[in-house]
Ligand binder design. Structure first.
Ligand SMILES: NC(=O)c1ccc[n+]([C@@H]2O[C@H](COP(=O)([O-])OP(=O)(O)OC[C@H]3O[C@@H](n4cnc5c(N)ncnc54)[C@H](O)[C@@H]3O)[C@@H](O)[C@H]2O)c1
Length: 282
């Protein structure tokens, strides 16, 4: 997708943080926006912000874990904005900051229900509208740098597993939709200023357990696997990065090029294990 002017984008989790940053970036390119969020008030605040800047946006109240709500959202967007060219499946949660032995099954269920199945359900709901606009159609799923590398020093194991799943799903989706002229990218942000810990707690539905006081902090960093740099990028900077990546149909959308070293260490480990396997042959 090269041209953004006059086209339509949906951003889930668009009411806060990275979703808001993406939405503002797309609005600045002349796109009409559907800000879809489980938090209606925050979605409406971003709608107002875009309108103040001369853009066009609507708020859509939706929980990405609920297929019926997503189907209704797709109908609403089609009725009000006429279709969808760009889907940003961005809503996500960080349910637990603690070692895996302290993750409850409810932590896992909450994490996977939003970060994996929420993305899948969002894509399923909007795919017919995207197909109607192909080849002017693109999907951006928000994973994380934590979908490319496990951050041993930062204990968010369920989150990391969910983001690896999001990357794998997005890579498969890209291969499957390419023949239809629909692009797929997966956004892998490093640390970006947002409300993730707060919204993951306030949005947590009954039945998924409760968030304990998050254990922020870095445990056991090592020279081999250092903790990620904790300097948060302003969310507004993510929008132009996504615009550029969609234009060029990049697969992985990297926000923090300085994170290359930690990802390369993972590749080096995989290569070393291949060397080991080859050395034990014959
Ligand atoms: N902030 C970071 O450093 C960072 C880094 C890598 C990846 N991410 C990912 O970026 C995405 C956005 O997170 P953020 O950091 O901007 O956090 P945020 O809390 O500021 O924004 C998340 C938004 O998603 C909404 N949301 C949560 N559950 C929802 C649901 N079930 N249905 C609909 N909306 C829902 C929230 O209400 C909120 O508005 C997430 O997928 C997150 O995992 C964030």
């Amino acid at each position: 997708m090269n041209e953004f002017e006059g086209k339509v984008a949906v951003v889930t989790g668009g009411g806060s943080g990275i979703g808001r940053g993406i939405a503002l970036g797309l609005a600045a390119e002349g796109m009409a926006l559907a800000i879809a969020d489980v938090n209606t008030a925050s979605a409406e605040a971003v709608v107002a912000e875009i309108a103040e800047q001369g853009g066009r946006a609507i708020g859509v109240s939706v929980d990405v874990t609920a297929p019926e709500a997503l189907a209704a959202a797709a109908k609403e967007v089609e009725a009000q904005l006429g279709g969808v060219n760009l889907l940003c499946a961005n809503a996500g949660v960080l349910a637990r900051i603690a070692p895996l032995s302290e993750h409850s099954i409810e932590d896992w269920e909450y994490t996977l229900s939003v970060n994996v199945l929420g993305v899948v359900k969002t894509v399923n709901a909007f795919l017919p509208l995207l197909r109607a606009r192909a080849p002017d159609a693109h999907v951006v799923n928000t994973a994380s740098l934590g979908g490319l590398i496990a951050t041993e020093g930062f204990p968010i194991g369920a989150y990391i597993a969910s983001k690896y799943a999001c990357v794998g799903y997005s890579e498969m989706l890209r291969a499957e939709l390419a023949p239809e002229g629909i692009g797929v990218s997966v956004l892998c942000p490093g640390v970006v200023a947002s409300s993730l810990v707060d919204t993951s707690t306030s949005n947590r539905p009954d039945g998924f357990g409760s968030q304990l006081a998050p254990r922020l902090g870095i445990v056991n960093p090592s020279a081999d696997r250092p903790a990620p740099t904790i300097s948060a990028m302003p969310a507004e900077e993510v929008g132009p990065i996504v615009v550029r990546a969609v234009r060029e149909n990049r697969l992985h959308v990297i926000t923090h090029p300085d994170s290359r070293g930690v990802v390369e260490r993972r590749f080096a480990q995989i290569n070393a294990d291949y060397d080991f396997a080859a050395s034990s042959e014959g």
